[in-house]
Design a protein around this ligand. Structure first.
Ligand code: UD1
Length: 432
């Protein structure tokens, strides 16, 4: 672990070249387990969660490697195990995505249950219910899910519309692509990351109707063939850098980005008083003043993304006026708030909502990051705070953001990473 140290107060200016989406890439890597042949993936970010998924594919017997200009090349023809190692599932819940493809292609999957998570309860019951509906026998024992099916059969899967699940949608559509007959998934997620995976599957020969909608009709095919595919840009990274520009009263352009993936976020930033310009494949944000207070509620796409809720909370912490942020997806996603309060924010959390009374200035402090998005939010808070902020566990952010410190430095931020051990002796002099 290392810490991140930031000296705040510098307006950020410039253009950020976005990386490929973490949440968009993970399903593509899992989907490659279904494919008979090579899958070549471009724009896959070099981040820890992707390295974990690559380790998972290799642990199952697949070949997966980054080839300089050729992208990430995966060949699953050598898969010889249906047992996912606990150590990898424990590190990243997204590794549960291998369950569906293993079951669909090899008739068996033994995958440890992911367990608790700092952002709230994250069960996998929808995934397991769907596997059973498709005809698998599923046993949950000794902390793992063991699913078996001689033959999966298409069926109707009705997902809870109140808790639309990205993970279950991905896992079940991956499974259904090779089941016998037709599966209809109702109330599917339609996050851009899910749609990117649907498009990859279709390009590999899967029969999926309703791409991008909440009703998917998938007719199983015998085999999927290799393909070359490009992951979408990371809209969470885009939102993070735009909010950084808004906080520091700078001017930041992010590219390449599909503004339609960001409509709700751009609307909130517009209400907050930011000047937003859409270019071809790019978004520019300029901000000259403190933000206006805006009420925000997280929701499945096209609603406001929960992954940007912590960053938005930081923006609201320095707004003119009071705003309410409601979190409807993960019950512990306000875990960054206590650290923000230590930096001078005036926030009260109650019943799935946080009330932010904007203060004119945050002040730098030593803080602790507990997850990727909380870490990103504390970096943003450090950028606008007065003095030095040291984020312990800050490199958790590396799980999801490619070179965030390098990209922020290029915009003018005074930010650096140092080993955690330095924390005991450091008082911020490294940035003096
Ligand atoms: C994915 C994203 C995560 C994002 C989240 C919501 C990845 C790797 N992660 O997580 O960054 O914050 O979507 O957009 O893409 N639920 C159940 N039972 C289940 C599955 C989910 O009750 O079997 C609940 C969850 O507890 C949560 C809600 O459904 O309240 C949505 O979760 P889900 O969309 O599945 O999140 P993830 O796929 O884990």
């Amino acid at each position: 672990m290392s810490r991140i140290a930031i000296e705040g107060g510098v307006p950020l200016n410039g253009t950020v070249r976005l990386s490929g989406s973490k949440n968009g890439s993970l399903p593509l890597l899992a989907a490659s387990l279904l494919v008979d042949g090579e899958v070549v993936l471009h724009n896959i970010p070099h981040i820890r969660d992707i390295r974990t998924m690559i380790q998972m594919l290799r642990a199952l017997g697949a070949r997966a490697e980054f080839r300089d200009d050729a992208g990430l090349v995966i060949d699953s023809s050598s898969v010889n195990s249906v047992r996912a190692p606990y150590d990898l599932v424990r590190r990243m819940r997204g590794s549960f995505y291998v369950a569906g493809p293993l079951l669909a292609r090899f008739g068996e999957a033994h995958v440890p249950l992911p367990g608790g998570c700092v952002i709230g309860s994250r069960p996998v019951d929808f995934h397991i219910k769907g596997f059973k509906a498709l005809g698998a026998e599923v046993e949950e024992k000794h902390g793992a899910m063991h699913a078996r099916a001689e033959r999966l059969r298409g069926t109707r899967i009705y997902m809870d519309p109140r808790l639309r699940s990205v993970g279950a949608t991905v896992n079940l559509m991956l499974t259904a692509t090779m089941a016998e007959g037709t599966t209809v998934v109702e109330n599917a997620s339609r996050e851009p990351e899910v749609v990117c995976c649907q498009q990859l599957l279709a390009a590999c020969g899967a029969d999926i109707q309703g791409i991008g909608t909440t009703t998917l009709t998938i007719t199983g095919v015998e085999r999927l063939h290799g393909v070359e595919w490009t992951a979408i840009s990371d809209r969470m990274e885009a939102g993070t850098f735009l909010i950084a520009g808004a906080l520091t009263r700078g001017e930041v352009t992010v590219e390449p980005v599909d503004a339609e993936h960001m409509a709700m976020v751009l609307d909130v930033l517009d209400q907050a008083g930011c000047d937003i310009r859409l270019g071809e494949n790019a978004v520019t944000l300029r901000m000259d003043d403190r933000p206006n207070a805006v009420d925000v509620m997280t929701a499945p796409f096209p609603g406001y993304p929960t992954d940007l809720q912590p960053n938005t909370g930081v923006l609201m912490s320095i707004a003119r006026g009071t705003s309410v942020i409601e979190e409807t997806i993960f019950d512990a996603r306000f875990n960054y708030v206590d650290e923000l309060i230590r930096m001078g924010a005036d926030v009260r959390v109650m019943d799935g909502a946080a009330i932010f009374k904007g203060v004119p200035q945050l002040s730098g402090a030593p803080v602790v990051a507990t997850d990727i998005r909380a870490g990103a939010a504390l970096i943003l808070a450090g950028l606008v705070a007065d003095g030095v902020t040291e984020i312990s566990g800050g490199t958790l952010v590396d799980r999801g953001y490619e070179d965030i410190t390098g990209k922020l430095s290029a915009l003018g931020a005074r930010i650096e990473t140092a080993p955690e051990a330095d924390l005991e002796t450091s008082n911020g002099e490294c940035l003096a």
